[in-house]
Design a protein around this ligand. Structure first.
Ligand code: ATP
Ligand code: MG
Length: 367
């Protein structure tokens, strides 16, 4: 399988050297059982790579179990990972399988590994080394065949230095480290990712694929994307959801031009929670203005369309409907005289001609 085929199969978009090199290593390690550490900022695609490794491995027919070590309360994490025997602690009314057993034969994805408590780290290392463990409260060992993929957006060496992460576990995990670079370091991927997110969104929502202008594309390429690919995806989906013209232009991404210096790494949501109230207000006003402008453009289009329809129908007018100018003139004079109740001076003024001309015309038309 080539790098391109692998990317296509597992939905990894990007032609930058960084991504291609990374995919190349990923393909090699996927086939082995070796533990892998995936390191990179939030939203760069760590989970995408973890899933690709699992799906490409000989374990693909078994489960990949995802555990977010940062989201599970400390006191519960161990029993979640290793399971427990009935009566092991208050509340353990039933024996329970842990994720290690559920993932047997497959892959255990330990996301946000830096958040794992030190005591749990000891136990994890032991399982990695012996491939066996004990359920909490049990005295018998359980054998498992689990491949570990861990991910983190923290520099684990720093965590080790600060004594928040065990060095022995770090050494064990880092043997194969995949570093997924932030999007701003591989700008050449932005355009392709953009097209792919536009296509996917249109397909998923059953709408015509919007076009994106070159200027808008340039804004996306030059933006710093502190929330990386997740932020790009959300931005494009928001822009399409608000779009009514079928064209994504500079205005669709106007909000990106604000706060360019804001490099906080947590801007992953389409609604920017980390903005000041003033910025949020300004954004709402901008969006309202963009909406108004769109309505105006739409109105303009409707008017133009109507005008053209009238125009076209005039061109097709039946020859019998064309009246000679004398007839028009005669009718106009009759109407004016009627309106002026026979007062010729008044009628002439209404018609915009001299009284003398009116007399002449009246004789001409036998009025
Ligand atoms: N190379 C890529 N091609 C296409 N889509 C991608 C790529 N990388 C990431 N994505 C998409 O970007 C989003 C974020 O990716 P993912 O969840 O893997 O990031 P992460 O690094 O695990 O983030 P976090 O650290 O916040 O958990 C997902 O919707 C994913 O599908
Ligand atoms: Mg993730």
């Amino acid at each position: 399988m080539t790098v391109e085929q692998f990317q296509k199969t597992y939905g990894i978009v990007g032609k930058s050297k960084e991504i291609r090199d990374l995919v190349d290593i990923t393909m090699q390690v996927a086939l082995s059982d070796i533990s892998v550490l995936i390191y990179g900022e939030s939203g760069v695609g760590k989970e995408v790579f973890a899933q690709a490794i699992h799906n490409h491995s000989k374990r693909a027919n078994n489960k990949m179990v995802n555990v977010n070590c940062g989201a599970i309360p400390e006191g519960i994490l161990e029993s979640e990972l290793f399971g427990h025997k009935k009566g092991a602690f208050t509340g353990a009314v039933e024996s329970r399988k842990g994720y290690f057993e559920i993932a047997d034969g497959g892959t255990l994805f330990l996301d946000e590994i830096a958040e794992m408590p030190l005591t749990t780290q000891v136990k994890l290392l032991r399982v990695l080394e012996t491939k066996e463990f004990m359920r909490i409260g049990s005295e018998t060992v359980t054998k498992v065949d689990v491949r570990i993929i861990a991910a983190t957006n923290k520099d684990l060496q720093k965590e080790v230095d600060a004594k928040r992460f065990r060095e022995d576990l770090y050494f064990r995990l880092k043997a194969v480290t995949l570093y997924v670079p932030p999007l701003r370091k591989r700008k050449e991927d932005i355009s392709e990712l953009t097209d792919s997110f536009i296509d996917n969104y249109a397909k998923a929502n059953d709408i015509p694929t919007p076009r994106i202008t070159n200027e808008a594309r340039e804004i996306l390429v030059n933006y710093s994307w502190p929330g990386n690919i997740r932020e790009l995806k959300n931005t494009i989906e928001t822009a399409i959801a608000l779009n009514r013209t079928g064209i994504l232009d500079v205005e669709s991404f106007y909000f990106l031009l604000q706060n360019k210096s804001d490099a906080s790494s947590n801007r992953n949501l389409p609604v920017f929670l980390h903005r000041s109230p003033e910025d949020a207000d300004r954004e709402i006003i901008y969006r309202a203005l963009i909406e108004i402008k769109r309505d105006l453009m739409e109105l303009k289009q409707i008017v133009m369309k109507n005008y053209q329809e009238i125009h076209n129908s005039n061109d097709n007018i039946d020859i019998h409907e064309v009246v000679p100018i004398e007839t028009v003139e005669k009718d106009a004079i009759k109407n004016a005289l009627n309106y002026a109740k026979g007062n010729k001076k008044h009628a002439a003024r209404l018609l915009g001609i001299s009284e003398r001309t009116l007399y002449r015309k009246m004789q001409e038309y036998d009025l």
